[in-house]
Design a binder for this molecule. Structure first.
Ligand SMILES: C[S@@+](CC[C@H](N)C(=O)[O-])C[C@H]1O[C@@H](n2cnc3c(N)ncnc32)[C@H](O)[C@@H]1O
Length: 256
């Protein structure tokens, strides 16, 4: 299917890969993979889909734990990096595809997850369609987990700007503004190489409020089990995230 041009085409290439590499440390990825595994929960042999897996940082760790992971992403370059990082049968399966129309049969997975704002990159109707696709490919009784930034926190401080110098001397500049009425965070990012060459792109990500999640899940054919946050994921008593929480995780289940 031919798709209309989308901001992600320019954003999710070298620009995103090189500007976040220092932030996505192995330790952070380990903590996040542990949160995913404990919330879904996952066990050895489970068939799991990592939606928009990027360079496969979570898929790789989960596959090492004996989980049958398939990572899907639209970027051929990111999938090649994922394959190179875990060659052979022990790595995750990798599929090039689009979150808007998943190339899998209904009920193919025991669980589906999408981490780091990788599902809601479109208008609301399309975002709902993406969640419905996730719901379609999970089996009845299976769970779907979606992670993104905490819109309650962003609503308190809607504007942010940052400038970092990377190890190779490149400079990353970011300006972001959260529109609480639309639930959309617009982030303009620029990466300037030491030689002066520059890459630039704008991301527009939709972050759903805790009050929106019940209806969103229901419209996709899912039941909202809970809303939580990464630091709470391993705890038995978890609270719904307030404005202080660093992120938001929605855990849903497909009715049997
Ligand atoms: C913020 S990154 C997150 C990657 C990964 N989940 C992680 O936590 O490292 C978003 C990912 O979405 C992918 N992406 C963007 N549009 C997509 C689409 N329409 N279908 C599938 N993947 C897409 C990008 O290539 C990128 O890898």
């Amino acid at each position: 299917m031919t798709r209309a041009p989308h901001w992600g085409d320019a954003y999710y290439g070298e620009l995103y890969r090189d500007s976040v590499a220092d932030l996505l440390t192995p330790r952070l990825t380990e903590l996040e993979a542990a949160a995913i595994a404990s919330l879904l929960p996952l066990g050895a042999g489970d068939a799991v889909l990592d939606l928009a897996c990027g360079h496969g940082r979570h898929a790789r760790l989960l596959a090492r734990a004996g989980i049958r992971v398939t990572g899907l992403d639209r970027s051929g370059g990111y999938l090649r990096s994922a394959a190179a990082a875990s060659p052979g049968a022990a790595g995750p399966g990798l599929v090039r595809g689009d979150v808007r129309a998943l190339p899998f049969r209904a009920g193919a997975f025991d669980a589906v997850f999408s981490w780091y704002a990788s599902l809601f990159m479109f208008d609301d109707a399309t975002n709902e369609g993406c969640l419905a696709e996730a719901a379609r490919v999970v089996r009845p009784g299976g769970r779907v987990l979606v992670h993104h930034a905490n819109p309650l926190r962003l609503a308190r401080e809607p504007r942010a700007s940052a400038r970092r110098t990377l190890r190779d001397g490149s400079v990353v500049e970011e300006e972001s503004a959260f529109d609480a009425a639309r639930g959309v965070d617009r982030c303009a990012r620029r990466l300037v190489r030491p030689g002066g060459a520059a890459l630039a792109g704008i991301a527009e990500l939709r972050y759903y409020m805790p009050t929106e999640w019940g209806r969103l899940a229901e419209r996709a054919g899912l039941r909202l089990v809970e809303l939580t946050t990464t630091p709470d994921a391993g705890r038995s008593a978890r609270r719904e995230p307030g404005p202080e929480a660093p992120d938001l995780i929605a855990l849903m289940e497909k009715p049997t």
